[in-house]
Design a protein around this ligand. Sequence first.
Ligand SMILES: NC(=O)c1ccc[n+]([C@@H]2O[C@H](COP(=O)([O-])OP(=O)(O)OC[C@H]3O[C@@H](n4cnc5c(N)ncnc54)[C@H](O)[C@@H]3O)[C@@H](O)[C@H]2O)c1
Length: 445
Amino acid sequence: MGRNGQILRISVIGTGYLGLTHAVCMADLGHEVLAIDVDAEKLAKAARGETPFFEPGLEPLLRKNLDAGRLRFTDSFAEVGEFGDVHFICVGTPQVKDGGGSADLSYVFSAAEALAPHLTRPTLLVGKSTVPVGTSREIIARVHAAAPAGELVDYAFNPEFLREGYAVQDSLTPDRIVFGVTSDAADELMRAVYAIPLASGIPGLTMDLETAELVKVAANSFLATKISFINVMAEMCEASGADVIRLADAIGIDERIGRKFLSPGLGFGGGCLPKDIRAFRATAQDKGVDSLVDLLTTVDTINLGRRDRVVTLAREAVGDLAGKRIAVLGAAFKPNSDDIRDSPSLAISGRLADEGAIVAVHDPVAMANAARVRPDLRYADSVHEAAQGADLVLHLTEWADYRAIDPDGLRSVVANPVLIDGRCTLDAAGWRAAGWTVLVPGRPS
Ligand SMILES: NC(=O)c1ccc[n+]([C@@H]2O[C@H](COP(=O)([O-])OP(=O)(O)OC[C@H]3O[C@@H](n4cnc5c(N)ncnc54)[C@H](O)[C@@H]3O)[C@@H](O)[C@H]2O)c1
């Protein structure tokens, strides 16, 4: 519930990974929430209490708040405009196709412009989608021009740092809440929205709009840089016969460095980090900040190079890939998610298939999404089915289930017991003891 027990009327525009999680969590804090999307199927599912994507813990919380009458869905912007004291924009900001990596802001602008004619009283519009610095000012100008309440519509930018797979926990108990504002009134209202987490001691940081916009992309760029750093260390370890995991453990113990995001492997993917660093690079290019362009270009190149490395290792392991049977464990871009956007695993699977390999993919939850974008791959209901007669097994998404695989049992179904652990998380010694040849990028064989 809001400040002083205040229940606010909150609307959420866009019910994807970010928006649906945000709507459910806002309702769970006690607010009255109305959410809107342009995808009728998504809305119908959510209104029935079903999440249109896999996110641990979200569906029960959705049902709880639907049952409590705190959360509703609509397809009417008029209803949303009438309803909300605070409107959160949570629509997608994907990478523009052939746009040098810049962000496609058309969804954000069209959401704001669809709502604007219905803003007939003072209200607060809040940007939550990740956007390039300067976008908030452009939204303000467009809304002020189109809203009947015009200048009375205030604006805030409140970036979201949730991780898919931990979205509920990250939304309800984030490390910090950032408020980019242009007025004290907006800051006060945002603090009322988040009164419960703030009261529990989570820091709320108020700043100008531009800094808040940069905080989000700077955080993602730092994380991406850290991942690419350990991945070039993996390359150096391979070139030197050293072990990148022991190296990561040893440097990560230093609290100035930290062990998190220092796991070598296939690098980052998903709907955020890759497109966010490319959009940030495009912004840096526009603003002439060449050193940032160089940094982010290098981070991206190193990251994509990890996929090449695994394809090369596969060729080294089995020779010509044409006609070879390859089992791929994992399709999602990371465990505990069914998101396959820019999934390293799926990109590698596709490249192996393009070279003529017969690829059978297994994933605990992401196969339906994967089959939609790569219908040419085979999909198996179990690890054993994927590995049947395989010349090579690739471990490409580090689901906990895969750490529980019995290497002895799996050896009995493959044609050739060779494993590439692209995520460096399996017990290589255990697999070797069971008769497997195990290749791990960055670790001695
Ligand atoms: N997914 C994450 O983990 C995450 C984390 C932090 C920030 N973000 C940011 O949040 C934003 C959304 O990401 P996502 O992963 O939720 O994307 P998504 O594609 O899952 O969801 C976007 C939703 O917006 C809807 N939409 C598009 N145009 C609309 C309009 N005009 N009106 C109403 N709805 C509309 C789409 O139908 C879709 O359901 C992006 O900017 C992303 O970078 C995402």
